[in-house]
Design a binder for this molecule. Sequence first.
Ligand code: UD1
Ligand code: CA
Length: 439
Amino acid sequence: MFNKKIKSVILAAGRGTRMKSELPKVLHTIFDKPLISYVIDAVNAAGNIDENFVIVGHEAEKVEKFIMSEYDNVKCILQSPQLGTGDAVNRAAPFLKDFDGYVIVICGDTPLITSETINDFIEFHNNNHADLTVMSAIYENPKNYGRIIRDKNKKFIAIVEEKDATYEQKAVKEVNAGIYCINWKTVSPGFSCLKSNNAQSEYYLTDIVKWAVEQNLTVQSYILENNDEIFGINTKLHLAQAAKILNKKSLERLMNEGVQIIDTESAFISPETTIGADTLILPNVYITGKNKIGNKCKIGPFAHIRDGAEIGNNVRIGNFVEIKKSIIKDNTNVSHLSYIGDSELGTGVNIGAGTITANYNPITKVKSKTVIKDGANTGSNSVLVAPVTIKEMASIGAGSIITKDVEAYSLAITRAPLKCLSNWVKNKIEQFSGRTGEK
Ligand code: UD1
Ligand code: CA
């Protein structure tokens, strides 16, 4: 690697008008994870970037609150009003005074970018001693993207936005990915020279290219091979398309690692889930967040695992089962119609159909833990009201509501005793049979 400091500026202040939503664009999620998190995580996983600035504006408090709760190496900078991407980068200038290194500028709405690509991009910029490198890609249908404009000698001279492009320029298939590597010292003076005399009356970041060319700075483009990575989310359709791309990649990785997936069209598994070899994923499984699932498990059909699951080997998570933030050890079965949340299940546990761990008190908003020790079992339709512990080998009778800890090897049952009223039905029939003809 080289000896340059690198910082990032992530643009997330725009309204995201085309999403037609009350929610800021960058807080829209794929696998329950906001778009901005995908970008911050990719930047953080790329080597050497020591400080990140996120430009917030539209619904700034919401975006900032989320970022502050998740990251401690990110500073949010307010851009108000939102005057365009060029103005957005300029908001970071006061924090980068005298900075003599590279600044990676990246849009907060490109969740598919990987840290490998970011690293490669910075390396390319550094090796070529460039002042400004713009990431580009070739799109058959370049609609919505800025076009990379070259002169007769193929020299990269400008970026023109779709809305400002001439008919000929619109035909250009090389597009601006919205990711830039900037030699801050030489290029940053250009940000205060940008003009807003364009179709959107905005200060375009893309105009920095023309400025840098005029100053005789070294400007180049880095053409990305896998153009999926720079897919920008502007609409809800784009969001669904990006989720598909991310899921496809995630399923391919899992299958390469020995996981069997019956139906790749209906299985959705987050990229942050690891699954051991010979685990079988049945149709309609939805797994979000960070989870670890062992070998030889059987998951689904119709199972929902919702973040923070640690599942051992040879575990069965069956039909219409939801698992959240729970540890489930080897050889345990949760086969049908159950909710297991904030729980710890030992080995060889059997959870009867319709067992619910009642973990949440909506009045106090407190979530409590359920512990079920090795070899214990619950009968069908049991409710375990947390905090509660079911000790080793204990048994819960079907239909019970468990509000106290249950001792090892004992049976706990809260069911009302069964009454059997002989001939009750027969008597009713006789009682009503004399009344035929009545309405
Ligand atoms: C932008 C680029 C375009 C490129 C495309 C790639 C410009 C002018 N155009 O277009 O060349 O092909 O990205 O995806 O840069 N934002 C702010 N403050 C603002 C305006 C926008 O922070 O005042 C943020 C948005 O929140 C968003 C990002 O900048 O994350 C890009 O803005 P967006 O409006 O989506 O730009 P595009 O039209 O997609
Ligand atoms: Ca965009």
